[in-house]
Every structure is written in structure tokens, then in C-alpha cells.
Design a protein around this ligand. Structure first.
Ligand code: COA
Length: 199
């Protein structure tokens, strides 16, 4: 894995278990409880996570190199952000309810059949880090995913009860298309995907 390093103003590289504490620290800056009314004011939030990823999942994804694509973006040695991604098959196996509630349009479903799909679970930056971290991480993920033989990258963007504008813009910038939705009332997400190679 180490031969793949993406250079921007951030150095994007595979995460190690030693990075998990800092990754969790960044994640928790964006964690939001939707059951509190003040958290539902869309103007208050630029980005957010509703499902907390715990240390053991980060570590499992990092150490299982067959499944895991976990990256950190470093600037002057400090971790500015991270990306947590892995094979969509992990969701199919480990969280079948979530997998079964993904409504994906027929054409895309057909195209994805039998292909390796990268599921982008989380991309997050330290709010102090300035711009470009998300782009550097997504660029890095796509490069490494292609190298691992993934045909498609896909992720969810929360659209209801809050709209995750930063995430939507990041997907749009990288030419992801909205291929479906997931509705878990009262919340809903758009499913965004991009082909990483000609099928
Ligand atoms: C999503 C996130 C990783 C983007 O990181 P970033 O470093 O700000 O992204 P970039 O600077 O590379 O910007 C990518 C695009 O998103 C846009 N963008 C970034 N933050 C935005 C915001 N708060 N509102 C609207 N657009 C935003 C940028 O303008 C840029 O688009 P452009 O080039 O068309 O102008 C960051 O906002 C974040 O950590 N959010 C919290 C966690 C989260 O919700 N992650 C997404 C779910 S996986």
C-alpha cells in the first residue's frame, strides 16, 4: 500500500492503527445527534455524521488490507482529515438491513452487478484545516481504488432531515451522479456513484 501516496498540499497515505485516536477526534467534531431540535437547523451545520464509527471498526478496516481503504491527509505531519472506505460487500455481509434499503436505479444496479464496488463511508477533515482536504482524500481514494480493481465508487449524502451541502458539493466536483436513495424515516440520503473505469 505504501507505494501509493498522493501529493497535494496534503500528503495522502494509508492510515495506521496509531492514527485512529486522531481520526476519531476529527470524526467527533462532526457527530450530531438528530434528536435534539437545535441540531436540525441547517444553517448551523456544514457537515455531519449521524452514525459514529468506533475504534474497532477503524482498526479492522485498516488492518484488513483486502477490505480496507483508509487514508489520512497530513499537513506538516499533522493529520488534517481521513477517508474511511471499503468494499460494499462488507455492508452486504455485516449490515444487511442497510444494504437492502439502498434503492439504486435499475441501469446502475445492472452495471454494478458482479463488479467490485468501493463504499465511501466517511470523509472528514478537521474544521481548522482549511480547504482542499476533502478533494485530496477523494482523489487519493479513487486512485487507490482503481489500483485495487474497483469499478465503481459510491457513497451516501444526507439530504433529509439535514442537507449535507459540503458532501454534496464534493461529490458534484468529482462528477458523482445521484443513482438512488436510502430512506430511513425520518431521514433520507442520496446514493452517489461514479464509474472508475470503462465497464
Ligand atoms: C465534506 C468535507 C470532507 C469536504 O472537505 P473540504 O476540505 O472542505 O473539501 P474541499 O475544500 O476539497 O471542497 C470540495 C468542494 O466542496 C465545496 N464545499 C466545501 N465545504 C462546503 C460547504 N460547507 N458548503 C458548500 N460547499 C462546500 C467546495 O467549495 C468545493 O467545491 P468547488 O470546488 O466546486 O468550490 C468536509 O466539509 C467535512 O469534513 N465535513 C464533515 C464530515 C462530512 O459530512 N463528510 C461527508 C460525508 S462522508
Amino acid at each position: 500500500m505504501n507505494m501509493l501516496m498522493v501529493r497535494t498540499q496534503f500528503n495522502v497515505m494509508p492510515a495506521t492503527p496509531a492514527d485512529v485516536a486522531r481520526m476519531r477526534e476529527i470524526q467527533l467534531k462532526h457527530f450530531i445527534k438528530l434528536d435534539s431540535p437545535e441540531n436540525l437547523n441547517p444553517r448551523m451545520k456544514n457537515g455531519f455524521f449521524v452514525t459514529e464509527v468506533k475504534d474497532d471498526k477503524f482498526i479492522a478496516r485498516i488492518t484488513d488490507t483486502k477490505q480496507g481503504l483508509v487514508l489520512v491527509a497530513r499537513n506538516n505531519g499533522q493529520i488534517s482529515g481521513y477517508a474511511l472506505a471499503y468494499d460494499l460487500d462488507c455492508i452486504r455481509r455485516e449490515e444487511p438491513f442497510l444494504f437492502d434499503t439502498l434503492e439504486i436505479n435499475e441501469a446502475y444496479r445492472k452495471m454494478m452487478s458482479g463488479k467490485k464496488i468501493l463504499y465511501i463511508d466517511q470523509i472528514a477533515k478537521d474544521p481548522q484545516a482549511g480547504g482542499g482536504v476533502g478533494s485530496a482524500l477523494l482523489d487519493g481514494l479513487e486512485g487507490i481504488a482503481g489500483w485495487h480493481g474497483y469499478s465503481v465508487a459510491a457513497g451516501l449524502v444526507m439530504e433529509r432531515r439535514l442537507l449535507n451541502m459540503a458532501s454534496a458539493r464534493l461529490m458534484c466536483k468529482f462528477d458523482y451522479e445521484r443513482i438512488g436513495a436510502q430512506t430511513l424515516e425520518p431521514d433520507a440520503w442520496g446514493v452517489f456513484a461514479k464509474r472508475l473505469e470503462k465497464a
